[in-house]
Design a protein around this ligand. Sequence first.
Ligand SMILES: Cc1cc2nc3c(=O)[nH]c(=O)nc-3n(C[C@H](O)[C@H](O)[C@H](O)COP(=O)(O)O)c2cc1C
Length: 233
Amino acid sequence: MNLPALDNDDTAAFERLVRTRRSIRGFLPAPVPRETLESIFGTAAPAPSNCNTQPWQTHVVSGELRDRLSRIFIDETIAQGKHSLDFPYEAKYEGEFRRRQVDVAVLLYEALGIARDDREGRQRAFLRNLEFFGAPHVAFIFMPDWCGIREACDVGMYAQNLMLSMWAHGVASCPQTILGYDADSVRRELGIGDDMKLLFGISFGYADESLPENRIVPDKLSLADAVVFHNQD
Ligand SMILES: Cc1cc2nc3c(=O)[nH]c(=O)nc-3n(C[C@H](O)[C@H](O)[C@H](O)COP(=O)(O)O)c2cc1C
């Protein structure tokens, strides 16, 4: 097979997509048309994976089902503390990792006008997660229960394909670990077997550009901090 000839336009388009994608935390209610959804998810499909196993399965939720899940998350997961997380969140960020976590939280709360000691404000911001930030659609990302960390890496590559594919169609997104906290309810409501495990959800739709929280630009590592080139010469 001959590889297709790519040119500078392809490079520039890719660069623009990657550099302008951001997590969006406020959406317009308008749904994404079905043909666009199919184009987005179709374009994301050819992601690389160990031995081409493609160990992902995506469930896209919209409409009444989306509203019901949001209510369940808020009324049961939060109010009753009913957690069923398939993959425990064990990371305790320290050092530079903790600093980055705090930096992005400060950016977000400043944009929202929430003070450090405003517990109610923080709780409201947290609950927005479970309202999918107003997004009309959520993609729940699953993998089979026999999968381990290698397959989870495959799924991560697929998920980034997916979010870039969304953005290439003008559709914004926010990946959310928090949407995996009640995996049992998601499986029950969507009729999914216990042999599929939920990694996270991605809220998506058209960005509400009037919202200040959608204007934050988190810091990224410099090339020198992220990559070590081991040159031979
Ligand atoms: C797997 C994953 C889970 C995430 N979970 C959440 C979440 O639960 N809530 C949230 O607001 N953002 C969540 N984020 C978004 C990150 O905070 C965001 O990617 C990071 O701050 C960098 O910002 P950027 O996506 O705009 O580059 C998550 C991101 C990833 C990749």
